[in-house]
Design a binder for this molecule. Structure first.
Ligand code: KPL
Length: 291
């Protein structure tokens, strides 16, 4: 597992609880071979031991799960390239779209998968996270393969992951929701719920959704085109107290995922001659405050 952020720690804990052997690969050499992952929920706190190894280590990897931010996927992949064979399965679990192509080119014959999740988790410290809300994780092949044998570990509790035959459509649906919520919350430094309460922001969300629906339709993602307005309203209501991942990145001075969220949507729109002025304006504004 590469990436010990909120999702990396959550997936590690869930896989370990399902009986899998997990090693966290650290890009700064670890000084010990083991550590703990601490997971807090609203009423509990749990520590689980986890194996640690330097990404630069030599032992071949059985499988690789990359849970970094989208801008870091490519460099993360390159950092462990020497440890994988042409048959090693690789799972990419970043937000947004547009990061997988470079990995597919680097690994022309490996089984490569993407996963998208609505689990809510945020980082409290080094390998210490808060699991704020249960969600659904969907996993599917980028090379049109069937579910592999090891997927049984992912489908079992506590992960309860669902196999997705069209993972691009599932990722696009999540991207559509992120396009409508994340940039506005990052710019206005507000909780997700504010987008439903403030009339000006609510109308901006509606305009963004109109454009997202048009691009979804042009891309052939008809279900997202039809449901994006109601899906976004439901996520805003369900996650009203959340600070979006993009707002957290801005506040922490990290590079945001804007280029892999709104940037990807706007590039698809350009390719298909769909106008997206509201999304384009947000892309420019967030890019200006990005690090
Ligand atoms: O995925 C999210 C994010 O913050 O990245 C949402 C769904 C907007 C929840 O905060």
């Amino acid at each position: 597992m590469l990436g010990a952020g909120a999702m990396g720690c959550l997936f590690s804990q869930q896989l370990i609880s399902a009986g899998c052997s997990v090693t966290l690969l650290l890009r700064n050499s670890p000084d010990t071979a083991a550590g703990n992952i601490r997971i807090d929920t609203h009423n509990s706190s749990r520590q689980l031991p986890v194996k640690l190894d330097a990404a630069t280590g030599q032992e071949p990897l059985d499988k690789l799960l990359i849970c970094t931010k989208a801008p870091d996927v490519h460099s993360a992949m390159r950092s462990v390239l020497h440890r994988i064979t042409p048959a090693t399965p690789v799972v990419l679990a970043a937000n947004g779209m547009g990061f997988a192509q470079a990995v597919l080119e680097l690994l022309p014959s490996n089984p490569v998968y993407c996963c998208t999740t609505t689990e809510g988790a945020y980082r409290l410290g080094t390998r210490h996270i808060r699991h704020a809300g249960r969600g659904i994780t969907r996993l599917g092949s980028l090379r049109n393969e069937q579910a592999p044998g090891w997927f049984a570990d992912w489908a079992a509790p506590p992960l309860s992951c669902v196999w997705e035959s069209d993972i691009n459509a599932a990722m696009w649906h999540k991207l559509a929701i992120n396009c409508a919520i994340n940039p506005l919350t990052a710019l206005h430094r507000c909780h997700n719920g504010e987008l439903g309460r403030d009339p000006v922001l609510r109308s901006q969300v509606n305009t963004l959704c109109d454009e997202i629906a048009a691009v979804s339709h042009a891309c052939g993602y008809t279900e997202t085109a039809v449901t994006v307005h109601s899906a976004v309203a439901a996520v805003i209501a369900d996650t009203a107290e959340n600070r979006s991942s993009m707002l957290q990145d801005v506040e922490a001075g990290r590079t945001t995922e804007i280029d892999f969220i709104t940037g990807f949507l706007v590039r698809e729109a350009e390719r298909l001659n769909v106008n997206t002025p509201a999304n384009r304006a947000l892309l420019e504004e967030v890019t200006q405050i990005d690090h």
